[in-house]
Design a protein around this ligand. Structure first.
Ligand code: GUN
Length: 336
């Protein structure tokens, strides 16, 4: 049996269509939502991420600004830049691309961002709102995972959900979102005892620990829904041979390029899971999508524009109202 593919690029396209409608409606009221991105230094991966985020703004017709301080910037200088962006009324969303250089106090900088403009959902005020089930801006990757589950009608209410990884950015908010949608949630980490047995009980697995192919196919209950947050670049030929032993085409592609992207879930999961996000093309596209959605949401909330029902930026999947989020589910027991 082969898992149903949970296509993130397809959902991104759907959400973009919905966002374009919202952006047009805001434009008619003289509002153009805008995102300010801060990219410190020259890290190639960060440059690529921020470039994609700015390109998405342009595609949707959002205003965007790119700030490029040097890698030598101090905490004080970063705080000054954040203060300027907080005060700039044209800026609805502030994105500080991470990681920041060692000399910069990252937590202090993130806490200086106005929570109303915190489109990454990293500010303690927004995390607190999420904990207490109040509306706020939710971290983009877990919000994107919820969107994938909801738009594919995967039953969350009553499901056993296992989240692997407890980071502030993914694991913790993911656990809260699933809990608010009435799943029974287990968060696993490096000290969890008998991980395979715990994962085997899951109807929904969210893998977010950053280890290529770590979740073995044998750990997965047949029919479970698997959300793979990992994006790991594999360059070791032996590792690629282990991962792709049942996927000769992927192994061949690895041999021509000397690298491949692999999630945290072993590719063999395709033959056990009921539904599965591919890597690439699953969760990845949803992170930028939810950043765009949060920017539109921040623009509306800051200006007191009411939410149009069914709008992407008022997504029911990340709503604090658990009955709203669960009402979208069809009550099937597996992901097929
Ligand atoms: N660096 C890697 N992922 C992210 C993200 O989602 N947001 C920000 N701001 N920086 C990142």
């Amino acid at each position: 049996m082969t898992a149903r593919i949970l296509d993130g690029t397809k959902i991104r396209d759907e959400v973009f269509v919905e966002l374009k409608g919202e952006i047009r409606a805001l434009d008619a009221s003289g509002i153009r939502p805008g995102l300010a991105a801060v990219l410190v230094g020259d890290d190639p991966a960060s440059q690529l991420y921020v470039k994609s985020k700015i390109a998405a703004c342009e595609q949707l017709g959002l205003a965007s600004w790119m700030h490029r301080p040097p890698a030598t910037i101090t905490t004080q200088e970063m705080l000054q830049l954040v203060d300027d962006l907080n005060r700039d009324d044209a800026v609805d969303g502030i994105l500080i691309q991470l990681p920041l250089p060692k000399q910069v106090d990252t937590k202090r900088v993130l806490e200086a961002v106005d929570p109303a403009k915190d489109v990454d959902g990293f500010h303690p005020v927004n995390l607190g709102r999420l904990v207490s089930g109040r509306p706020g801006l939710v971290a983009c990757t877990p919000a994107g995972c919820m969107e994938i589950l909801c738009r594919n009608n995967i039953a969350i209410e009553g499901a056993n959900a296992v989240v692997l990884g407890r980071s502030d950015i993914v694991g913790k908010p993911m656990g809260l979102l699933l809990m608010h949608a009435n799943a029974t949630v287990t968060i696993c980490h490096s000290k969890t005892r008998d991980l395979p047995e715990t994962v085997r009980r899951a109807d929904i697995i969210v893998a977010a620990m950053g280890k290529a192919g770590y979740v073995a196919a044998e750990w997965i209950r047949p029919g479970a829904a698997v959300i793979d947050v990992g994006t790991n670049r594999v360059t070791d030929a032996q590792e690629a041979a282990r991962l792709f032993k049942n996927f000769p085409e992927r192994l061949e592609k690895f041999r021509t390029k000397n690298s491949a992207l692999v999630g945290d879930v072993h590719p063999d999961a395709l033959n056990v899971a009921g539904a599965l996000t591919p890597v690439p093309g699953g969760v990845g596209p949803m992170t930028i999508t939810m950043l765009m959605s949060n920017t539109v949401k921040a623009a509306r909330l800051r200006r007191g524009v009411p939410v149009a029902s069914g709008s992407s930026s008022s997504s029911s999947s990340t709503s604090s109202n658990s009955s709203a989020s669960s009402s979208k589910q069809t009550q099937t027991t597996t992901a097929r």
